[in-house]
Design a binder for this molecule. Structure first.
Ligand SMILES: CC(C)(COP(=O)(O)OP(=O)(O)OC[C@H]1O[C@@H](n2cnc3c(N)ncnc32)[C@H](O)[C@@H]1OP(=O)(O)O)[C@@H](O)C(=O)NCCC(=O)NCCS
Length: 354
């Protein structure tokens, strides 16, 4: 890799191949024909595997050196984020991975079936079919007839272009601009840039109490660092959650467009808050919670400040929440009891309980 500062751990490459729906396969067949295909694949036992018809372009690459690649755009950074005159600073932040190896046919029926089953789990996670097994009369012929091929991911290189080549001042400006722009993916991009450049000065919108790191998007780190489990553990047993299961709490966080949090110096989650929003009329803040040993030190207020300034919430004309006893906390942000609202009509707050 020419620019070593963009080099990323192989684990990132593996994650990209595991989570991306499609990847590219390129190589020169034995007859010299150049082949480039876009394929759906799964990682199985350290190999990137895919399926196809036994005769075709992909088959012509069997036994040949190939390269597989995957990429994800993180954010477009327009030049004017950095320089209002010159176009040169325009760039695209991305994460990508490549692996080289010999394309090899997988012949063992049990492994072929396992790859096909994994493909189904990835592309049709809702199920709705009998599991694919090599010995099943439903699948025996299909498993035998299909080509399953793979490339070892042993020689994997991963790259993450996340402003490592910029100085702290430029990064700070771009982080601020991404927060202001708030286009889809921008808040996640902020987290990825900060994770890739740990010495970056904390931007103003993420400044919290001493010893606390605020996160504008817990979705980006939730899977790998277990923040989802930590959030569920914090919220389990809260009075407003007694009717919800842990699975429902987890799904609610995954499904919320806004999920912010706070971690301590060891990286443990000490506070969480989420909101659902239409970005314009209404947002509804839920599940604000701080770990008991951190309460009373300003974490709750920092999380609320972050939620209210979040790009998906900041333009909403009405922001709602419900609380049993933390009214004074929210009153500081301007929240009032809904009975104080002057309306030209009377409505009944209704709910369908299932
Ligand atoms: C409510 C909660 C999120 C506040 O977090 P926190 O980090 O302790 O809050 P902060 O330190 O930023 O601010 C606390 C301030 O809010 C006030 N406050 C009002 N109601 C409060 C309450 N029920 N609990 C804690 N603080 C409350 C405190 O008096 C304090 O004021 P002060 O700064 O003048 O001392 C936290 O106590 C918590 O997780 N409680 C359990 C879960 C909960 O009730 N969540 C709210 C449901 S809507």
């Amino acid at each position: 890799m020419r620019r070593r500062e963009y080099e990323a751990p192989a684990a990132l490459g593996l994650e990209l191949f595991e989570t991306s729906e499609a990847f590219h396969l390129a190589g020169a067949a034995a007859d010299g024909e150049l082949v480039l295909k876009t394929l759906h694949g799964v990682v199985d036992d350290g190999w990137l595997c895919f399926h196809g018809a036994p005769a075709g372009e992909k088959t012509s690459l069997l036994g040949c050196q190939v390269v597989v690649s995957v990429e994800e755009t993180v954010a477009r950074v327009p030049s004017y984020f950095v320089d209002t005159e010159r176009a040169c600073p325009a760039t695209t932040l991305f994460r990508a991975a490549q692996a080289r190896g010999v394309l090899t046919a997988i012949d063992e029926p049990a492994r072929k079936a396992r790859v096909l089953q994994r493909l189904m789990e990835k592309l049709q996670p809702e199920g709705g079919h009998q599991p694919i097994e090599a010995t099943s009369p439903l699948y025996r012929a299909a498993v035998k007839g299909l080509l399953i091929a793979g490339v070892s991911l042993g020689e994997l290189t991963a790259k993450a272009k996340l402003m490592q080549n910029k100085n702290d001042e430029t990064r700070a400006r771009v982080l601020e601009q991404l927060w202001l722009r708030g286009a889809p993916g921008d808040v996640r991009a902020i987290e990825l840039i900060l994770a890739a450049n740990p010495s970056t000065t904390t931007p103003a919108f993420l400044q919290g109490p001493r010893g606390v790191r605020l996160h504008a998007c817990l979705h980006s780190a939730a899977q790998s660092s277990g923040h989802l489990d930590e959030a569920v553990a914090l919220l389990r047993g809260a009075y407003w959650n007694d009717v919800f299961t842990e699975a429902e709490l987890g799904a609610a966080h995954r499904g919320s467009p806004v999920w912010v949090g706070a971690t301590d110096e060891q990286g443990a989650l000490i506070g969480t808050a989420r909101a659902i929003t239409d970005t314009s009329k209404y947002a509804w803040v839920y599940d604000v919670c701080v770990r008991p040993d951190w309460r009373g030190r300003g974490v709750g207020q920092a999380l609320m400040t972050l939620v209210l300034d979040h790009p998906q919430v900041r333009r909403c004309r009405r922001i709602r929440l419900g609380t049993r006893d933390a009214q004074t906390l929210y009153a500081r942000f301007g929240f009032v009891d809904t009975s104080m609202l002057r309306r030209p009509y009377v409505t009944t707050e209704m709910v369908l309980v299932r």
